[in-house]
Design a protein around this ligand. Sequence first.
Ligand SMILES: Nc1ncnc2c1ncn2[C@@H]1O[C@H](COP(=O)(O)OP(=O)(O)O)[C@@H](O)[C@H]1O
Ligand SMILES: [Mg+2]
Length: 259
Amino acid sequence: MSEARGLASAAAQQPPQMQHVRDAQEVLRLAGLRKSYNAGTALEVEVLHGIDFSLQRGELCALVGPSGSGKSTLLNLIGLLDAPSSGELFLAGQPTRTMDDVARSSLRNDGIGFVFQFHHLITAFTVLENVLMPLMIRNGRPTPAQRERAMALLQAVGLAQFADKKANAISGGQQQRVAIARALVTEPALLLADEPTGNLDTRTAGEVFELFRRFNRDFGCAVLVVTHDPRLSQRCDRTLTLVDGRIVGDERHPQPAPE
Ligand SMILES: Nc1ncnc2c1ncn2[C@@H]1O[C@H](COP(=O)(O)OP(=O)(O)O)[C@@H](O)[C@H]1O
Ligand SMILES: [Mg+2]
């Protein structure tokens, strides 16, 4: 993974806020987090009933639980895509609930990477352009150094030879790997993945998962991954179990040291 390690040198040029998120030991802390949908209407329903946990730098953590238990709702809150009804969410020690939209989106863009079950690549663009997208949204035209970083990530996910292909010219498993490279191009301190292997076959799912582990070890980024597959959650450092909007389990799994 020398390509990925080479990427770390780019950290020196990051804006101060990102540096701060990256250096924090406690990447994430949730305190009494609650979420209701349709608040103030007859359809109001609370789906998260007070969530408390924290995630340390470098932790690879699975989030499991039955369908409808609130996993996606929780990930959307952590990703600052939606706001909690009460409680507090700290990213790198910073309380986020009273942040204005500008500060929230800047923290999200700089500190958090997302991988969804469906990769949402833009098929009219090339594989490389898709990976560069988060940087282009932030800065406009990518710099040569950023293109190099994106290529290094494509190399790391085994897809450098497809860089100039249109995104719909590669297989579903390959597209999901492109989505992972895209999520990591900003070198986020926290990677959130919502059933990223849900529509992949077992072997491809295993390979995609292995990428999370590699980036987690190489960059020290914390990873929170929703999965239904017990074989994958066992390969994480830790498993959080969510049932009916409450954390009912927090289990550690000692992992063998990397070769
Ligand atoms: N936008 C929404 N409006 C109302 N209810 C919602 C909304 N999104 C999710 N829910 C409800 O919240 C609960 C948790 O959903 P979700 O977070 O998607 O669970 P999971 O990802 O664990 O399957 C479910 O009962 C779901 O129907
Ligand atoms: Mg879900």
